[in-house]
Design a protein around this ligand. Structure first.
Ligand code: BTN
Length: 327
């Protein structure tokens, strides 16, 4: 933990009461003048810190920026996800950055956030718009001991954790669309891009890339997306604190990754099924040039969608673009 992070943690813990300069200087083992100079530095980053002779230092507000040490300190006790957090002002795609880290043998659990991406990508080769400080654009490195065919379990687990974090932050209950879209009132708010490197029967590493539209306004969405996509700001009518949401998401994903690794995918899947609006619906699935029609019946033990086709057979679907057919 850096000195700045320790100061921020102490200020947060002290809350309204504030913390005396002498106390901070003793706890941190630095002079009072050094505490003052770090506080000045934090102020220049946008932290609003009040200093008074009676109350000491009080944190009034934190800026809307992602700060790696600060996120790490606020995360508390986690098992794997968030052990190493890095924040970039701008990248091509956070999935690219994590891929480089994976090749450099960085341990699993590393998370890379970018305030903006110049080449953010979505599933099926689509572009993912990632405007600066308007959303959460980040990727996670995992090294699960699993076969490539079961990696869908991780996408399902990530969608479930994401669902819970968004519900906790906003009070709105989103919907999950198979396999990994999160919707509010039928419009997409978040998506997950899962990429992996594997041998025939063993995963080397998995990259979970998550994109959440947090504070984008309607005017900022391109016209062609306005009917399909939304943001937490639009749906709640208020600006959302991105750092708080990022912390909640990482905590929930850590919990669900742990459940999957402990062989408890079924309990994750039950939770996922409860909130998935795709099941029971008539759907059209585009897989490359193939088009399948049928009823989304249930989830297989490895996370695949079981589709009852119009010819009555049960097909296992592990990817593709699902559209719900209006009857
Ligand atoms: C989807 O198509 O629904 C998946 C979107 C995933 C977007 C995220 S943003 C962070 C990470 N980096 C990328 O380039 N894509 C993912």
């Amino acid at each position: 933990m850096t000195i700045d992070t320790k100061i921020l943690s102490a200020l947060r813990a002290a809350g309204e009461g504030g913390v005396a300069g002498t106390e901070l200087s003793q706890d941190l083992g630095i002079s009072r003048a050094a505490v003052w100079s770090r506080v000045e530095e934090l102020r220049s980053l946008g932290y609003e810190i009040e200093a008074s002779p009676h109350m000491g230092y009080r944190l009034l507000s934190a800026p809307d920026l992602l700060h790696a040490d600060d996120l790490h300190a606020a995360l508390g006790k986690i098992k794997i996800i968030g052990r190493d957090i890095r924040v970039f002002e701008e990248t091509t795609s956070t999935n690219d950055v994590i891929e480089k880290l994976a090749r450099d043998n960085v341990p699993e659990g590393a998370v890379v956030f970018a305030e903006s991406q110049t080449r953010g990508r979505g599933r099926l080769g689509r572009k993912w718009m990632s405007p600066a400080r308007k959303g959460l654009w980040f990727s996670i490195l995992l090294r699960p001991a699993m076969r490539p065919a079961t990696v869908t379990q991780l996408t399902i687990a990530a969608a479930t954790g994401l669902f819970r974090a968004i519900r906790a932050q906003t009070g709105i209950t989103p919907e999950i669309k198979w396999p990994n879209d999160i919707l509010i009132h039928g419009k997409k708010i978040a998506g997950i891009l899962t990429e992996l490197s594997a041998e025939l029967d063993k995963v080397k590493y998995v990259i979970l890339g998550l994109g959440i539209d947090v504070n984008i306004t309607t005017a900022e969405f391109p016209a062609e997306l306005r009917k399909l996509a939304t943001s937490l700001r639009i749906e709640t009518g208020r600006l959302q604190n991105r750092a708080d949401l990022a912390i909640k998401i990482l905590q929930e994903l850590d919990r669900d990754y742990d459940r999957v690794c402990a062989g408890q995918f079924e309990s994750v899947a039950d939770e996922w099924e409860e909130h998935c609006t795709t099941l029971g619906q008539h759907v059209v699935i585009h897989i490359g040039d193939r088009i399948l029609r049928g009823t989304a019946e249930s989830l297989d033990s490895d996370g695949a969608l079981l589709l009852r086709t119009q010819h009555g057979q049960l097909d296992r679907i592990i990817g593709g673009d699902v559209t719900i057919e209006k009857s």
